[in-house]
Design a protein around this ligand. Structure first.
Ligand SMILES: [Zn+2]
Length: 144
């Protein structure tokens, strides 16, 4: 066990041509979101073209890591054998502060199922995986 919210043995992300910089920053415990260099619109998941203006250049902008729970579900049935001991656990869609409509699918590591609610303020925490990957997860707190 790693002390992570979910156990070792859960498959790690497999970075793609478009999102490998996001994951490389995660390994450095930096949450950076792709931002169009022409119109400044943030977007996630990473992709090569801005959906707002069609521009092909972007920056990786560091963000605060504060946000709120936009939606969530409580998982009661494991989809992977490694997860059986972790039931029930939450999967949350977190709306990040200050970056438009950017949302991350993650977990709120310190919230019991009955504590989860839409609008719950959360803040970023990093959880390192045995293979060197690091996942952005969240804990209760942060902005009101
Ligand atoms: Zn744009």
């Amino acid at each position: 066990m790693s002390g992570n919210y979910l156990p070792d043995g859960v498959p790690s992300p497999h970075p793609t041509q478009d999102d490998y910089p996001f994951w490389d920053y995660c390994k450095e415990h930096e949450l950076r979101i792709q931002q169009c260099a022409a119109c400044n619109t943030f977007r996630h998941p990473p992709r090569p073209v801005c959906g707002e203006c069609g521009h092909f250049t972007w920056n990786w902008t560091a963000v605060s890591g504060l946000g709120t729970v936009f939606s969530y579900t409580i998982i009661n049935h494991s989809v992977h054998p490694a997860l059986k001991e972790s039931l029930p656990y939450n999967v949350a869609v977190v709306l990040l502060d200050g970056v438009g409509d950017v949302r991350l699918v993650s977990n709120v590591i310190d919230a019991a199922p009955e504590q989860m609610r839409i609008g719950l303020p959360v803040e970023l925490v990093w959880q390192d995986l045995p293979d060197g990957m690091a996942l952005p997860r969240f804990r209760k707190g942060g902005a009101a």
